[in-house]
Design a protein around this ligand. Structure first.
Ligand code: GLN
Ligand code: ZN
Length: 754
C-alpha cells in the first residue's frame, strides 16, 4: 500500500475560530476557553484527515500563534525579559513574546520564506543555553493517540531553527548547534520512549543557497541525532528544489526525505538515484501553496516513476508543503461560479486528492474514475469562457520594448515637472490613505449588505474626500491625496473591478497569529472594463488648486497578494495586470491628474528563494512596473512606494523602475537605508518616511527635522521629499492631524535654512 500523508494543516479553523478565541482571550484572559477551542480545532482536523483516509497524520503542526515561537519556548530559548512572566503565567508569557504587552516589547516577526506567513524570530545570544521544557509535541501526540490516531510529531529541525533565529550580539547562531543538539536528543528520546514511530523534522533551509558552515552543521546535527534512541526521522524540505544541496540532503542519516515536486519536479530523477534504498521518499506532488486542483497528467507520471524504482511501502504521497498556506474547505464557497469552484482544491480537498492518487496507484477503480473526472474538469477549464481571451493575449503579444519607456529621460522630466508643478523644495506629501473612520466602515458594511444605495454611499465617500482635502490644504501639504476612503484593501479594491478575478467568502489564510488574509483568485485573463479610480481622483482635484496624487496598486503587488492561476506563467499574468493598470494611468492623466503613485510594497517579497533566480524575477517585475507607467507625458510625475527598509540587494531594480519619486519606510532604521541610495547614485527623488505610522505616538517636529537633516547628508536637497513611512488608514485622525502638522512644520523650517 502506498502511504499518504501531509506536513501540516491550517490552524485557524474553517470559520476562523482560533482568531476569535485568541482575540477573546486577549480581551478577557479566559485561558480555559482558548485552550478548549484549540483542542477542538486540532481534534477536528485529525478526524477530518482520518476520514479522508490519510495514513500518517502530523501533530504539533498546530500552534496558538506560531510554530517557530513554539520551538523557541520548547527549548527554553527565551530572552530574560520574558522569563518571570512565562514562569508565572505561561500563556501570558508566550503572547508577550509574540505580540508584546504593556511592559514588554514583542520579538521581531518576519516572513516565512517566500510565503505571506510571518513567524516570530527567536532572539538568541552567544553562550545561549537550551533545555527541553514542557513537551508540547509529546502532549499533542498523546492527545491524538487518545483518539486512536497514531500521529507523527512535526518539529522544526535544529539547523533551520538556528538559521531562522537572530542573535542580539551579532554572533553566528549556528555556533549554538552543539548547545542545542542535546535538547533535541532528549526530545527524540522522550518521544521514542512514549512509542512514537516517526517524527518529521522540517528543514526548509535545505532549499536555500547554503554556505559550507551550514552544510557542515547539517551533517553534524543529523548524524548526532541518528545515534538514538529516536523515532524514525522524516526530513522535510519544501518551497523549492534541493539543487546543489541534494547530495548533502540524501547523505544525512534519516529514514525518509520529503521533497517538493510541485516547485521542483525536475529533481525527482536525481533524488531517486541518490536517496539510499531503505529510505522513504515522501513525494510532495500536490501544491500546498496554491488552490487549484492538481493535474493527474502531471502527478501520475511522477508517482509511477517513484513506485517503479522503490517499493510502495517506501513511497509516500503528500502535498508539497504544509497546507498552512491555503484555506480549509472549498465546499464553503457557495457564491463562486460553479465551474471555477470545480477547479479549486483547498486543504480538505487536497487531502482527498492525495487519497485518490494513492488508491489509483493501487489499482482502485473508484479512484481511477475520480482522476479521469478531474482530468476532464481541468480540460474543460482550458476552454472555459474568460480563461483565454484573444484580445488580452494579443495585447500582451504586441507589447514592444517601447511600451516600457517614458517619453524622455529622468533628468529631462525632472525639469519639465518642476515647471509644471512648481513645488517648493522638500515637498511634502502622504502615502495615500487617511484614517478609516467608523462612519466610513459602517457605510461600507451597509453598502455591502445593500442596506444603503450607491448614491448614499458615494455621498459619504465624497464627504470624506472633501474633509481630507480641506485638512491637507489647511496644514499646508504640497501634493495632496484623496485619502482612499473607497478602498477596503489595496488589492481587493482593484481585483473587484478587474475581469479575471474572483473572491471567496471563507478563503482565509493565516498571515500571523490571529491575522488572516483572504487573497483574491486570479483565474482568467485580466482586463479592465472601465476606469477604477478616476472619478475619486478627479473629484478630489476639483476641490483644490494643489496637485492631487492619483493612487494605484502596482501589478507586482496585485500578483503577489493573490492566488494566481497555475495555467499561465506568473510573468504573463503580471503583464496582463500591467496593461490593465496602464490604461488606468492614462485615464488619470487625461482627467488632469499630474502626479500618479503606483504602489509596489510587495516587489521585494516576490524575490525567489535562490539568488540565481533573482535576476529573472526582477527583470519581469521591473518590466511590468515600467509598462504600467510607460508612455505618460514628461510632465506627469510618477511616484512609487515601498514599505520595507532593505534595499541593498534590489537597489538596481528600484532604480530601473524609472519612477520620478519613490517613498520608502525608513523612520525606524533612522535613515540608514539611504546609504544604499547614495552608494548607487540613485538618480530619482526620494521620500524617506520621517515617522512610523504603525505607532499611535505623535512625533515631534524636532525629531523629524533631525531625520531630514540626516537624509540631507546623503541626498541632494533637490532630491528629497517629506512624507510618513506608509499610509495612515490604520491610524485615527486624533494623532494624524498633529503628526502631519508637525511634519509640514519640519519641512518648512528646513526649507528656510536651505
Ligand atoms: N497607498 C497605500 C496606502 O496609503 C499604500 C499601502 C502600502 O504601502 N501597504 O494605504
Ligand atoms: Zn507602505
Amino acid at each position: 500500500m502506498t502511504h499518504t500523508t501531509y506536513l501540516g494543516f491550517p490552524r485557524i479553523g474553517r470559520r476562523r475560530e482560533l482568531k476569535r478565541a485568541l482575540e477573546k482571550y486577549w480581551h478577557d484572559g479566559d485561558a480555559a476557553s482558548l485552550l478548549d477551542t484549540a483542542r477542538t480545532l486540532r481534534q477536528r482536523h485529525w478526524q477530518l484527515a482520518k476520514a479522508a483516509g490519510i495514513g500518517s497524520i502530523p501533530v504539533n503542526d498546530f500552534s496558538l500563534y506560531d510554530h517557530v515561537l513554539d520551538t523557541a519556548v520548547l527549548f527554553d530559548a527565551v530572552p530574560d525579559r520574558y522569563r518571570s512572566l512565562l514562569r508565572n503565567d505561561p500563556l501570558a508569557g508566550y503572547f508577550a513574546m509574540a505580540r508584546g504587552n504593556r511592559d514588554l516589547h514583542a520579538l521581531e516577526m518576519t516572513k516565512w520564506f517566500d510565503t505571506n506567513y510571518h513567524y516570530i524570530v527567536p532572539e538568541l545570544h552567544a553562550g545561549q543555553r537550551f533545555r527541553l521544557t514542557a513537551n508540547k509535541p509529546l502532549a499533542e501526540w498523546l492527545e491524538a493517540r487518545g483518539l486512536g490516531v497514531d500521529a507523527r510529531p512535526v518539529l522544526l529541525g535544529p539547523v533551520s531553527f538556528l538559521r531562522l533565529s537572530k542573535t542580539v550580539d551579532d554572533s553566528d547562531a549556528l555556533n549554538l548547534l552543539d548547545a542545542l543538539i542535546p535538547a533535541y536528543i532528549e526530545l527524540l528520546e522522550q518521544l521514542a520512549q512514549a512509542g512514537v514511530t516517526w517524527v518529521q523534522l522540517d528543514e526548509p533551509c535545505l532549499v536555500q543557497d547554503l554556505d559550507e558552515v551550514t552544510k557542515h552543521a547539517y551533517t553534524t546535527a543529523y548524524s548526532t541525532l541518528a545515534i538514538g534512541p529516536t523515532p524514525k526521522r522524516l526530513l522535510a524540505t519544501y518551497f523549492g528544489g534541493l539543487g546543489d544541496n541534494l547530495a548533502l540532503a540524501t547523505s544525512l542519516p534519516v529514514d525518509g526525505l520529503h521533497i517538493d515536486l510541485v516547485r521542483a519536479p525536475e529533481q525527482l530523477d536525481a533524488v531517486l538515484a541518490e536517496l539510499p534504498k531503505h529510505c522513504v521518499l515522501s513525494a510532495g506532488v500536490i501544491d500546498g501553496r496554491n488552490i487549484w486542483r492538481s493535474h493527474p497528467s502531471h502527478v501520475t507520471p511522477l508517482l509511477e516513476k517513484i513506485v517503479a524504482s522503490r517499493s510502495h511501502e517506501l513511497a509516500w504521497i503528500a502535498p508539497s508543503c504544509s497546507l498552512l498556506h491555503v484555506p480549509i474547505d472549498a465546499a464553503q464557497e457557495t457564491s463562486l461560479p460553479a465551474d471555477l469552484l470545480s477547479w479549486l482544491s483547498f486543504a480538505q480537498q487536497k487531502l482527498e486528492e492525495i487519497r485518490y492518487y494513492a488508491d489509483a496507484l493501487n489499482g482502485d477503480e473508484k479512484a481511477n474514475a475520480f482522476l479521469v473526472k478531474q482530468t476532464a474538469l481541468l480540460s474543460a477549464r482550458t476552454q472555459a469562457h474568460g480563461i483565454h481571451r484573444n484580445d488580452v493575449r494579443a495585447r500582451v503579444n504586441a507589447l514592444s520594448p517601447q511600451a516600457t519607456q517614458r517619453r524622455s529621460n529622468l533628468a529631462h522630466r525632472r525639469r519639465v515637472q518642476a515647471d509644471a508643478l512648481s513645488l517648493p523644495p522638500l515637498p511634502t506629501t502622504t502615502i495615500g490613505s487617511f484614517p478609516q473612520t467608523d462612519t466610513l466602515r459602517h457605510a461600507r458594511a451597509e453598502h455591502r449588505a445593500e442596506r444603503i444605495d450607491n448614491q448614499t454611499y458615494e455621498t459619504v465617500l465624497r464627504e470624506e474626500i472633501e474633509r481630507a482635502i480641506r485638512f491637507q490644504e489647511r496644514i499646508g501639504l504640497d501634493v495632496l491625496v484623496h485619502g482612499e476612503p473607497e478602498r477596503n484593501d489595496m488589492v481587493e479594491y482593484f481585483g473587484e473591478q478587474l475581469e479575471g478575478f474572483a473572491f471567496t467568502r471563507q478563503g482565509w489564510v493565516q498571515s500571523y497569529g490571529s491575522r488572516c488574509v483572504k487573497p483574491p483568485i486570479i483565474w482568467g485573463d485580466v482586463s479592465r472594463p472601465k476606469p477604477m479610480t478616476v472619478q475619486w481622483s478627479r473629484y478630489a482635484q476639483s476641490l483644490t488648486d494643489k496637485p492631487v496624487k492619483g493612487m494605484l496598486t502596482g501589478p507586482v503587488t496585485v500578483l503577489q497578494w493573490s492566488f494566481v492561476r497555475d495555467d499561465l506563467p506568473r510573468d504573463q499574468v503580471c503583464l496582463q495586470l500591467a496593461l490593465a493598470l496602464r490604461d488606468e494611468v492614462h485615464d488619470l492623466e487625461k482627467a488632469d491628474i499630474h502626479v500618479i503613485q503606483i504602489d509596489e510594497p510587495a516587489l521585494r517579497e516576490g524575490l525567489p528563494i535562490r539568488h540565481a533566480d533573482h535576476a529573472a524575477y526582477l527583470d519581469w517585475a521591473v518590466r511590468c512596473f515600467r509598462i504600467t507607467a510607460g508612455g505618460t507625458r514628461d510632465a506627469t510625475q510618477i511616484h512609487t512606494h515601498m514599505c520595507y527598509s532593505e534595499f541593498n540587494d534590489i537597489i538596481e531594480a528600484v532604480a530601473a523602475l524609472d519612477a520620478d519619486v519613490i517613498s520608502i519606510e525608513s523612520s525606524r532604521s533612522r535613515m540608514e537605508l539611504l546609504q544604499a541610495f547614495e552608494d548607487f547614485h540613485y538618480p530619482g527623488s526620494i521620500g524617506p518616511g520621517v515617522y512610523d505610522i504603525h505607532s499611535p505616538r505623535v512625533p515631534s517636529k524636532e525629531e523629524m527635522v533631525d531625520l531630514l537633516e540626516r537624509a540631507l547628508t546623503v541626498l541632494e536637497p533637490g532630491q528629497l521629499w517629506v512624507n510618513p513611512d506608509c499610509g495612515l488608514k490604520t491610524r485615527g485622525w486624533k494623532e494624524t492631524e498633529p503628526a502631519l502638522t508637525a511634519m509640514v512644520n519640519a519641512a518648512q523650517s528646513l526649507r528656510a535654512a536651505l
